[in-house]
Write a new protein. Structure first.
Length: 364
């Protein structure tokens, strides 16, 4: 496959064709994705530590374990000092980005979160990513002024009808407006989607990949849908349960379509493929690893889906495991914050993969 594709046409039809490949051609797809990753992003794997600072959420997304309607969840919110203490401990190791993640509600208040961002930037060398859902444009601008470097907001599905069914009271249009606001303000922007949601079709999956390219994202996080028993979709199956190779094929095609985006090996891959999921993801297009740094006493309360890895492991053990896995693959642990190569933070690689490196203009 690597020799038969001199140039990629970034269309839905191409995505569908690549997603449809089977053995032995699928191994060529994985090699192609890995080569594109190496040529554009290098062999460094950047470690970004997650702090799940609150599991309080106002939304009732049908798939999410911390949805507002799940009365079995023990709700919590870390204090500003607890967040700072955790972030400060991270800064002594290989993790040079902290990801502040919570349910979609102003659990701390926008100004309080802004103050936390300021303190992290003042007291540590960490880059700051925030992931707390839809917010007004001015809130994003305020957090950027406080020092926020990046924002992660997944669109989950590119199909408006499916989005509305899964996210009562919210629309895909609103989500895409938030992503546009973030990019317009000049914030490094991440998004992504779930693979195999009930109601998803092969056409939607291909469109998910194409939308990521059209959005020209700095980071793209994807992972398989895993049903949570205490949600309305708890008894549903991932539509690719009988073809789980699709989870990795999607990742590989995503890399082919987005050569210069950071793509994490998300924890959901380890949940579906215990002990090897994230390793395989790193070999098939991914270049980011995100260990959990949430205080141990709250790990089990941020239960988005079953079999979430690392719930019982201390933060230092999660980090040690991440470093060991990266090095076992012959890859390097990235130094520095690992900012987007699309902006002014880091000079892009001069290497080329298949075709020309995509520019910020994705209209073609």
């Amino acid at each position: 496959m690597e020799k038969t594709i001199p140039h990629i046409e970034y269309t839905k039809k191409t995505a569908q064709q690549l997603l449809a490949v089977e053995e032995p051609e699928v191994q060529g797809l994985y090699r192609l994705a890995d080569r594109i990753r190496r040529d554009h992003m290098g062999d460094d794997v950047y470690i970004r530590g997650i702090i799940e600072f609150s599991n309080i959420c106002a939304n009732n997304c049908l798939y999410c374990g911390i949805r507002a309607g799940n009365g079995k969840v023990a709700r919590y919110t870390l204090s500003a000092d607890e967040i700072l203490e955790t972030a400060s401990a991270m800064a002594t190791g290989h993790q040079m980005t902290v990801v502040l993640q919570s349910g979609e509600t102003p659990a701390l208040g926008d100004e309080v979160l802004g103050g936390i961002i300021r303190r992290i930037k003042k007291e540590t060398p960490l880059a700051v990513t925030v992931s707390v859902g839809n917010r007004p444009r001015e809130t994003y601008r305020y957090w950027k002024e406080c020092g926020m470097d990046r924002y992660l907001l997944r669109f989950e599905t590119s199909d408006p009808g499916l989005f509305l069914r899964l996210h009562p009271g919210s629309t895909l249009e609103e989500r895409l407006k938030c992503l546009n606001d973030l990019q317009d303000i000049g914030i490094q922007t991440g998004s992504g989607f779930m693979i195999g949601l009930p109601g998803e079709t092969p056409d939607i999956l291909a469109q998910n990949i194409l939308l990521c390219r059209e959005l020209d994202l700095d980071m793209i996080g994807i992972g398989p849908f895993i049903p949570h028993p205490d949600t309305p979709l708890g008894k549903e199956r991932n539509i690719y349960d009988d073809n789980r190779e699709m989870f990795f094929k999607t990742l590989a095609v995503l890399r082919v379509f987005n050569p210069d985006a950071h793509i994490p090996a998300t924890t959901a891959y380890d949940a579906v493929f215990p002990g090897e999921g994230r390793d395989l993801a790193l070999r098939r297009g991914a270049n980011i690893f995100m260990p959990n740094n949430t205080p141990a006493c709250h790990r089990k309360d941020y239960f988005l889906y079953p079999d979430k890895p690392g719930v019982d492991d201390p933060a230092d053990q999660c980090l040690e495991s991440a470093v060991a896995r990266i090095r076992a693959l012959g890859r390097n642990v990235g130094e520095g914050p690992g900012h987007s190569i699309k902006g002014a933070h880091v000079a892009p690689s001069t290497s080329k993969a298949v075709g020309a490196s995509p520019s910020r203009d994705r209209s073609r």
